[in-house]
Design a protein around this ligand. Structure first.
Ligand SMILES: [Zn+2]
Length: 170
């Protein structure tokens, strides 16, 4: 088994869409910076990469590389997932906490959970989405995400493993 941890933050900016967990959330401000600013997917991507001692998201997808400007962050998550699979692991579960003053995540949490589970190809009851407001932290204009993942060795008898091994032998 492996554990992975990821953390990310982005600043709110007016006039751009807010994307959290691969979904557009109705809000007058979005998250600026690297790619589409999806703070939650970035934290989960880093947690997956960290669990297999891989390079971090900024190394794989440099913010200075114009290819990733405005990019859909699910691309980063897919790459991390591919590396996890290649390393012989599958996701046990993912847990996360978002810290932001607005909008309220509670009413959207189930939708975000479903979307993240879909992107990770795991059941929704293996994805934790929690949210808090930044009490006393002074980070009202930022969204912060923490994520942990548990990876399990992929069972050797599974179809995916067999086909992967055959392909490697050839
Ligand atoms: Zn980020």
């Amino acid at each position: 088994m492996r554990v992975g941890y990821g953390w990310d933050s982005h600043e709110f900016k007016s006039g751009i869409p807010l994307r959290i967990g691969g979904l557009e959330i109705p809000h007058p401000k979005g998250l600026g910076g690297h790619s589409d600013g999806d703070v939650l997917l970035h934290a989960i991507t880093d947690a997956l990469l960290g669990a297999i001692a891989g390079p971090d998201i900024g190394t794989l997808f440099s913010p200075s590389d114009s290819r990733w400007k405005g990019a859909d962050s699910s691309v980063f998550l897919a790459e991390a997932l591919e590396r996890v699979t290649s390393a012989g692991f599958q996701i046990g579960n993912v847990d996360s906490t978002l810290i932001l003053a607005a909008p309220k995540i509670g009413p959207q949490a189930d939708r975000i959970r479903e979307r993240v589970a879909e992107l990770l190809n795991i059941p929704a009851d293996r994805v934790g989405i929690k949210a808090k407001t930044p009490e006393g932290m002074g980070t009202e204009n930022a969204a912060i995400a923490h994520a942990v993942v548990l990876l399990e060795e992929r069972p050797t008898g599974s179809r995916h493993t067999k086909s992967t091994r055959k392909a490697t032998r050839r």
